[in-house]
Write a protein of this length. Structure first.
Lengths: 114, 111
């Protein structure tokens, strides 16, 4: 158990809908990262937040957005969902946001868009 | 644009032998490289890392080698154990905390 929790575990929704994925980092970790893992690709870095502020952006679509709240939990919002958004979404947390750090991953949320 | 590549989707090794997992990258701006291990139904777990200013880092049975001129890194596991059977991802970090992951190599260690 990494100490990072993600809810829900599974989510099934229809195209065009909007969903929110939630992540609670490990106690004391200020940084949260979101990743997408689809069937044919490795992990794709989406976005990072540090202490409530966006710190780095990866391959995140404009239909997706995220935020980190004062209690440090984070939410990833996916809207106008398409079939291709079906994937495993991981969140990870770390203490620092420096060049070198360890990330602790949650168990993931499996999103299925039908 | 896959900047980090793991060209071997799978690898099988006998228990006790060496496992060598390979990773190639294209961007010379990467300054840290990491390896993660992932079991089914779990998130990845950080394994070992190496700075771009080094060419080797060792942690127990795990050693990561970096060849910057070839833009290649490898993870050696010696000796391999059945519990090492998992998917291994290599990752690279660019300044600005941009993470890039490979597609993973599934390692099976045969008892």
């Amino acid at each position: 158990d990494s100490g990072v929790t993600q809810t829900p575990k599974h989510l099934i929704t229809a195209t065009g809908q909007r969903v929110t994925l939630r992540c609670s980092p490990r106690s004391g970790d200020l940084s949260v990262y979101w990743y997408q893992q689809s069937l044919d690709q490795g992990l794709q870095f989406l976005i990072q937040y540090y202490n409530g502020e966006e710190r780095a952006k990866g391959n995140i679509l404009e239909r997706f957005s995220a935020q980190q709240f004062p209690d440090l939990h984070s939410e990833l919002n996916l809207s106008s969902l398409e079939l291709g958004d079906s994937a495993l979404y991981f969140c990870a947390s770390s203490v620092k946001s420096g060049v070198f750090y360890e990330q602790y991953f949650g168990p993931g949320t499996r999103l299925t868009v039908t | 644009d896959q900047q980090v590549k793991q060209n071997s989707p799978s690898l099988s090794v006998q228990e006790g032998r060496i496992s060598i997992l390979n990773c190639d990258y294209t961007n010379s701006m990467f300054d840290y490289f990491l390896w993660y291990k992932k079991y089914p139904a779990e998130g990845p777990t950080f394994l070992i890392s190496i700075s771009s200013i080094k060419d080797k880092n060792e942690d127990g049975r795990f050693t990561v080698f970096l060849n910057k001129s070839a833009k290649h890194l490898s993870l050696h596991i010696v000796p391999s154990q059945p519990g090492d059977s998992a998917v291994y991802f290599c990752a690279a970090i660019r300044p600005g905390n941009q993470f890039y992951f490979g597609t993973g190599t599934s390692l099976t260690v045969i008892p």
